[in-house]
Design a protein. Structure first.
Lengths: 347, 347
DNA sequence: CTGTTAGCGCCTTCAG
DNA sequence: CTGAAGGCGCTAACAG
């Protein structure tokens, strides 16, 4: 069948079709398409023209099979619908597409099992690299070890795992927490509660530590009664606040592990007619767009989400070019963003 | 090299390795792995055990090349960080994974050019289907036509294109708009402004039409001065409100094309100390999580985002099994969600 | 019940 | 400068 016929029937056009039409071999076509210098200018031109005319699309699958590279980066995040994660992904995509990579995005939905499944899927999809923020349930990291074993670049961000050595991009959670708690103290807060994330996750530990150390620096005793293990969701912020209120624990500030939780806290306090920041100041972590929607606007620690994605993808590119035995650990700075929800002075 | 050796060196284990070890042919192994009935129970068991022992991962690329199916669905959305889109994706993933498909997600970032690029990428990645919400810039649909030409199921959702026949999932935008504007009228609003989306997009047209018809039904003249072409972003809601205020146009309600815009409207009105809903009522469309964060809470039209994703993926599955010549057009119901931002009576 | 054979579409050595 | 040949890993006729 002629290339003309195949084209009209919407059949895939392959190297062979072009080769036959031009009476050259498929190797020549293949080389011409890559602008290989050893092919005559005439031939190269003719091949390109025909390819264009018949809208030749190289079969990426076949190419991958040979080259053992899919030009694909896998990304696993807990939940896509968090602004932080989707912004990180935008950063990843930005550098990935420029470098000719496509991105496969998967969600673990905060489920360990789902995470194992998608990591297996991505492994057999032969991604060239994997960028991950682990689910809150994850403790066992065996499913990631396989990527390292096969020398597939593996980069963790935000939620760094314990017990596995690899590349990572994170922010200085400790310092961010320290600064924001210190800010609360400067505002005159003395009984500052902390709603933590799941404590198997390093960032939750680090923020907790920053909280504790800031208190200690200012000679405020660390009181375990003021530390509530919470989570990352708005609903958990709501339930934890309700618990705190029924516990009748007296506090003058709440430092939530992240903005969604802080939003939950504020909604609950407002519902109970507790004045923010007058009665209780509230601060979060992330700088979600919602932080400027709630009234009063939320004081928080801004994370450079887009840059985190960029950094992660950059590490991937470095590792894929010259896979070194050493790992890159990048720690970005946070930015204390003061708004009304914590301002008790000068009002 | 023995399978043992290859395993230790973290080399890929293939069918051949297992076949050699068991002194059978690779076809037998291939069949055993698929639990083909014609293979002896003994052999099948032995193969599975060895596969497990050496952590055999089938090479999906090689399989795809032969089967001409990648078991992958491509998804293109304008922006991942909108709650609506990430929730639709969650719905798509849910049914896709259950049916053994993986999902590649791409963003167009509301750019026509980017949309063309990613659709080409997905085409050459040989996705088995494509689910799309088009960018606001997109008018030319040629890049999607290729999928139809190759009989690759194509499903549009939310932002339906014009000038291309295909499957689609949408909500009854007209009815949703009609209901919410009628609600405003019932609340005593007489001068209701509408901030539209880009009018090349059908849903923006439909919501506009619903707005107009609701007014007409209640004998309120449609006034073009009250119709502002806006967009889908919070920032556009802010600038459009500012324009309306400097225009000194008198209104008692604003119907925004979507919640992010409505949020921008409210933030601006609040900043100018205009009371919501007393001076101006505000309503949106989507039911973003932010709708319950802003004060007063936002009246809006809830869209079943997750179900939209489910419906789109279901259509894909139907089309992939028996690709029919007829297209499926599914229209889901919306749900008027009344909150404080529009309640002028009974207060 | 199992093996042989022949590709899927592409890329690259090796020969001219 | 170009062609022939082989193979990436898997699958499915077609034979036994």
């Amino acid at each position: 069948m002629s290339i003309e016929d195949r084209y009209k029937l919407n059949k895939e056009i392959t190297l062979i079709d072009i080769a036959n039409e031009l009476n050259v071999s498929k190797s020549t076509v293949s080389r011409a398409l890559q602008n290989h210098h050893s092919i005559g200018a005439e031939t190269t031109k003719a091949v390109h023209e025909l390819a264009k005319k018949y809208n030749y699309q190289p079969n990426a699958i076949a190419s991958s099979l040979f080259k053992k590279s899919t030009k694909t980066i896998g990304v696993i995040v807990p939940i896509l619908s968090h602004y932080f994660f989707s912004t990180v992904i935008a950063g990843i995509e930005d550098v990935a597409y420029k470098a000719g990579y496509k991105v496969i995005i998967c969600q673990s939905h905060e489920l360990y099992e789902r995470e194992v499944i998608v990591s297996k899927t991505l492994l057999s999809a032969k991604v060239d690299g994997l960028i991950v923020s682990v689910s809150k349930e994850t403790v066992n990291m065996d499913h990631f070890q396989q990527f390292l074993d096969k020398n597939i670049p593996l980069i963790f961000f935000d939620r760094l795992p314990t017990g596995i050595q690899s590349n990572s991009v994170s922010v200085d959670d400790y310092e961010g927490a320290f600064k924001i708690v210190e800010h609360l103290i400067e505002q005159g807060c003395k009984r500052i509660a902390h709603f933590t994330g799941p404590l198997n996750i390093a960032l939750a530990q680090n923020r907790l530590q920053g909280y504790k150390d800031a208190l200690r620096k200012h000679h405020i005793p660390v009181n375990d009664e003021l530390i509530y293990e919470c989570g990352f969701e708005r609903t958990q912020g709501i339930t934890t606040t309700e618990k705190l209120l029924t516990d009748q624990v007296s506090v003058d500030a709440i430092f939530a592990v992240c903005d969604p939780v802080a939003i939950g806290v504020m909604l609950t306090l407002k519902q109970k007619s507790i004045k923010i920041p007058h009665d209780i100041a509230v601060v979060g972590f992330n700088d979600d767009p919602t932080a400027t929607v709630i009234d009063p606007p939320l004081t928080t620690v801004a994370q450079p989400a887009f840059e985190i994605g960029v950094a992660a993808a950059d590490i991937f590119l470095k590792q894929v070019i010259g896979p070194s035995r050493s790992y890159i650990k990048e720690v970005l700075k946070t930015n204390l963003t003061i708004r009304q929800s914590s301002l008790r002075k000068n009002r």
